[in-house]
Design a binder for this molecule. Structure first.
Ligand code: AMP
Ligand code: MG
Length: 357
């Protein structure tokens, strides 16, 4: 088997050309013994533990430094496994499951008593998801247990989209990381609560409001934005959302607004911080390359390719951190389809949001 050891955390090679079987059986045996294994999903890397084993789940909170009232998403190998976890399964789950599972959609349902309170941050509902990544699916079916798996990063940091990101944050603190390469979606799953009518989006992700409405043929509420379409930065809709997320080491100024105004505002900021002697980092789109400059630049691809931007976002934030910039000036995107999920993450990552006019 191809593996390396980083500060006692095994990095198990499990990309397509590697032999998955040995890596998977080792990972499964660690999980069955109550250990922690990070694994790739199509959204971001998850930090997995047996969702029904209280001691194992407690370790997730400890190594991530995650507040104990922030519930975990439970991953299952097949839609039927949800019956082990949820008290009732509304019709919508079958409709949505048929259409979007396996995939980046999490549903919140009333929980069964066998799901430990610690797994759900002490609340009476459970969030479940059936991931699409083949390695995640194989791991779930080999272990045969539902896996609690929040993003495999230190709480508050950008989510991990590569095995290197996981090792950077958690090497020495967990037993193993399954390295399955880069994550295809790059931002976390859409979280949809089915506890009340109409269903409500608690976190935007790869499956959009429009897609959910079309599948269910009815209205869905998006509680992540207010009536003016502004992202709530501090109102806790879902327990985890009251905490700072995706934070870079340097303060991040997010500049939104029309192109010309945005570039003007970003230039003013970049010049201001340069004069102060700061190392200025820009997080921009390909279209802005000729209009903006700074010593450190990360390009998220074309602003028209929202899926590509989502895929690159967390890696770009981590790269700016690695460049040890003192300030990050980031460019906003349209709040439509996947752009909504990107802007939700960027607004949460930001220290300041400026509306350029
Ligand atoms: P993470 O896996 O770290 O990306 O975080 C999981 C997200 O799902 C957090 O925002 C949680 O607050 C949310 N979540 C998990 N379980 C529930 C639940 N039972 N009710 C509402 N939100 C939940
Ligand atoms: Mg997270």
């Amino acid at each position: 088997m191809n593996w390396t050891r980083g500060k006692n955390t095994l990095l198990l090679a499990a990309q397509e050309h590697d032999n998955w079987d040995n890596a998977l059986s080792l990972a499964a045996s660690i999980l069955k013994r109550g250990g922690l294994v990070a694994f790739p999903t199509e959204t971001v890397y998850g930090l997995g533990a047996d969702a029904l084993n209280e001691t194992a789940v407690r370790k997730i909170y400890e190594v991530k430094g995650r507040p104990p009232d922030n519930p975990l998403i439970v991953h299952v190998a097949a839609a039927e496994m949800i019956e082990q976890l949820a008290l009732t399964i509304p019709e919508e789950v079958y409709i949505l499951g048929e259409k979007f599972w396996p995939g980046p959609l999490t549903v919140v349902l009333p929980k069964k008593a066998r799901v430990p309170d610690i797994t759900t941050g002490g609340i009476s509902s459970v969030a479940v998801r059936f991931p699409a990544h083949p390695l995640a699916q194989r791991l779930l079916s080999i272990t045969g247990i539902p896996l609690a798996a929040p993003s495999a990063n230190i709480s508050g940091r950008p989510s991990p989209t590569t095995a290197e990101h996981v090792m950077h944050d958690l090497a020495g603190r967990i037993e193993a990381v399954l390295d399955g390469g880069d994550c295809a979606v790059g931002v976390e799953s859409t979280v949809l609560s089915l506890l009340s009518e109409p269903p409500t989006i608690l976190r935007p992700g790869g499956i959009t409001l429009e897609m959910l409405q079309e599948a269910l043929g009815k209205e869905i509420l998006d509680l992540t934005v207010d009536s003016a379409g502004e992202t709530f930065k501090s109102v806790p809709l879902s327990p985890g959302m009251k905490y700072r997320h995706y934070a870079t080491n340097a303060p991040l100024y997010l500049v939104e607004g029309e192109e010309e105004a945005r570039w003007r505002q970003m230039t003013v900021l970049a010049e201001h911080f340069s004069k102060l002697g700061s190392r200025v980092g820009l997080l921009i789109f390909k279209e802005s390359v000729n209009s903006l400059e700074a010593p450190f630049v990360e390009i998220l691809g074309s602003r028209r390719e929202h899926s590509e931007v989502a895929r690159r976002l967390f890696d770009a934030l981590r790269k700016l951190d690695a460049m040890e910039v003192d300030v990050i000036i980031a460019e906003g995107l349209e709040d439509i389809d996947m752009g909504k999920a990107v802007m939700n993450r960027l607004r949460k990552a930001s220290t300041y949001i400026l509306k350029a006019e």
